[in-house]
Write a protein that binds this ligand. Structure first.
Ligand code: SAH
Length: 256
């Protein structure tokens, strides 16, 4: 768009529908923070409308050289960080809470969300576009085949709302998949009630063998003979966040 050819390896699909761009920029509630970081502004489709909302401290991080040059020329007052969101010291960039938004590069969406989890103390809200399937997964409640690792870990600390879907025609070039916009709002949980590093391992170990009963997938981590939790014969997709906290504490006691 406007002289920049989209690069596949950077997950570039530029939003070309202005009403949609405005609608997405409107998904930030602006409650409880004054700073916003946009990931991957590209040629500023969304950025323009974020500027229009009068956000006090708006910054954007872009990896693509060509887009960076374009933004510096066309939007010179934008506070632009030239870098890779996955490697940049974002925690050091802000000393106060900030929200994240964007039409995210789909090839790194899970990695973006794992970074959000690491920085959760600083990030009260995330809104933006993902591939629809990923958005559905993140927002999915237990009991569904879509419920997985990121659903459990993110839902521990965020209330997640699926907002709306976005058809491929609204982008240049159109992606092969339907997209969707979601909102993650930090809940009040600071301490989930278990060792969260261990919980990550438990969640990963069980979902990596999602068709197996918990007893079988955790067999290598601990002694699974005792079943005081009542969870050993269940499958991970039927466990709520609270169940995973219980299970993690149980693993901590039975390791050895
Ligand atoms: N927001 C724009 C572009 C979306 S495409 C629009 O809606 O039109 C995704 C953007 O993320 C691209 O501009 C791509 O260059 C950028 N990007 C990809 N990987 C990135 C990374 N690791 N860090 C920062 N930006 C990245």
């Amino acid at each position: 768009m406007r002289g920049i050819r989209a690069k596949k390896r950077l997950g570039q699909h530029f939003l070309s529908d202005r009403n949609m761009a405005e609608q997405i920029a409107g998904t930030l509630t602006l409650e409880g923070y004054k700073s916003v970081l946009e990931i991957g502004p590209g040629t500023g489709a969304l950025t323009r409308y974020l500027v229009k909302r009068g956000i006090e401290d708006l910054r954007a991080i872009e990896f693509d050289r060509e887009s960076v040059e374009w933004l510096k020329r066309e939007m010179p007052s934008l506070n632009l960080i030239e870098g890779d969101f996955l490697k940049y010291d974002i925690g050091g960039e802000f000393d106060h809470p900030f929200a994240i938004t964007g039409n995210f590069p789909y090839n790194i969406s899970s990695q973006i969300l794992f970074r959000v989890l690491d920085l959760r103390r600083m990030i009260p809200e995330v809104t933006g576009m993902f591939q629809k399937e990923v958005a559905e997964r993140i927002a999915s409640p237990p009991g569904s085949r879509k419920y997985g690792i990121l659903s459990v870990l993110l839902q521990t600390f965020y209330d997640i709302e699926y907002l709306f879907s976005v058809p491929p025609e609204m982008f240049t070039p159109p992606p092969a998949v339907v997209s969707a916009v979601i909102r993650l709002k930090r809940n009040s949980v600071v301490d989930p009630g278990c060792d969260f590093t261990l919980m990550r391992k438990v969640v990963k170990a069980t979902f990596n063998q999602r068709r197996k009963m918990i007893r079988n997938s955790l067999g290598s981590m601990c002694n699974t003979e005792d079943d005081s939790t009542g969870l050993m014969t269940k499958r991970p997709e039927h466990l709520s966040v609270a169940d995973f906290v219980l299970l993690t504490n149980w693993v901590a006691r039975n390791r050895g």
